[in-house]
Every structure is written in structure tokens, then in C-alpha cells.
Design a protein around this ligand. Structure first.
Ligand SMILES: [Zn+2]
Ligand SMILES: [Zn+2]
Length: 200
């Protein structure tokens, strides 16, 4: 097997190969959840997905008065650390995220870029469901937000179809209504995206 030049933490994919998805834990993130997300994302985006190194939450990104972390700062760190590599990085953090001017964000991405982040804190709700049902709902929400942000990384914009994962979510109810599936239009666009990502 011919060895290409190494760059970042993985070999650069050969021309025409789909850039892999790399899930990156940001702070203490459940490994089983990351594994389940990786296999669901690999199926949906028809490309390899794996768990790679992440980093810790930096206290400088924490706003104690709102008990939230800056999503844009995490995204900047992802781009700085992993933007030159060949993969599409999805940071997954247990934190609740915000950006200045918004009460919260479920996630953030560089559109058509390299990186995205999702925050899990807001996807958990206390309820009367059985623990299994709650886990299933929590996983469905996490997958929905992961598909949405990776869709942006692949260049997709928001979709007017309220049942498409690329629809904008303002509330958990929006997230639950749309679910993790892309509409046929967004699916076609996501799967026809070129494949190897250009370095920014
Ligand atoms: Zn969006
Ligand atoms: Zn769509």
C-alpha cells in the first residue's frame, strides 16, 4: 500500500475518497454515546466515522453567570487543532453552549469548512419516561444535532422542510419534530459533496 504524506493525525485520503468524520470529545463525554453516534453518522453520510482525540473544556470559555461555554471559542480551537487535517471534525461536549447575542445554541459549524461542535446539556430533559425511553430520545436528539452540524460542514444551508434535519431548530420541540433524517434534496446534496476537503 503506497504511503502518502502524513498530515495531522491521519493520513491524507486519496483523491476521490470521502473525508472521514472524526468525533472529538470536548470535556468528559460518554464513550458509548460517541461510538453509537459514529456508527449512525457513518451510515447516514456514507463515509467512515471514528472517535479521535479531543481536548478539555477551557475555563476561559466558561461564563459562570449563565453556566455555559462559548461555542465559537470551542469551534476556533477545533479549527486551530484539527482544521489542517483531512477529516471532518465534530466536537461533542456535555456542556451547555452559547454565543454572544443568543441564549443558547445546540451547536455551531464552519459552513463548508472542517469543523463543528454540539453541546449535549440541553438535549436531556427530565420526564416521566422510562430510563430507556429517555436514553432513546436523548440519542435521537444528539444524532439530529450531529447530522445538522455536519450537514453545514458539508456546505448545506438551512432547509425549509420542517421534517428535515437541516431545518433550523430554535427549541427542543423543533429538534424532536425534524429528527435525524435529511429530506431527499439535502440527502442528495450531502452525498454528492466532494469528498476530500480542501484545507482552509
Ligand atoms: Zn444550522
Ligand atoms: Zn432538507
Amino acid at each position: 500500500m503506497p504511503a502518502g504524506p502524513a498530515h495531522g493525525d491521519a493520513p491524507r485520503p486519496a483523491r476521490g475518497r470521502k473525508a472521514e468524520i472524526v468525533l472529538r470529545p470536548i470535556g468528559p463525554t460518554d464513550r458509548a454515546l460517541l461510538e453509537a453516534l459514529a456508527s449512525a453518522l457513518a451510515r447516514r453520510f456514507e463515509r467512515p466515522a471514528r472517535i479521535g482525540p479531543g481536548f478539555e473544556l477551557d475555563p476561559a470559555w466558561y461564563a459562570p453567570e449563565r453556566d455555559q461555554y462559548r461555542a465559537d471559542a470551542i469551534l476556533d480551537r477545533l479549527v486551530e487543532r484539527f482544521g489542517a487535517g483531512p477529516g471532518l471534525s465534530l466536537g461533542v461536549t456535555p456542556a451547555d453552549l452559547y454565543v454572544p447575542g443568543l441564549n443558547f445554541v445546540f451547536g455551531q459549524a464552519t459552513v463548508g469548512g472542517c469543523c463543528a461542535v454540539i453541546g449535549l446539556a440541553r438535549l436531556r430533559t427530565a420526564g416521566t419516561d422510562t430510563p430507556d425511553a429517555k436514553d432513546a430520545l436523548f440519542f435521537r436528539r444528539a444524532l439530529t444535532e450531529a447530522v445538522h452540524e455536519l450537514g453545514h460542514v458539508l456546505g448545506l444551508e438551512h432547509c425549509p422542510d420542517s421534517h428535515c434535519a437541516m431545518h433550523f431548530s430554535n427549541t427542543l420541540a423543533d429538534t424532536d419534530r425534524k429528527g435525524p433524517d435529511l429530506c431527499p434534496h439535502c440527502t442528495a446534496r450531502a452525498l454528492s459533496r466532494p469528498t476530500t476537503r480542501r484545507t482552509l
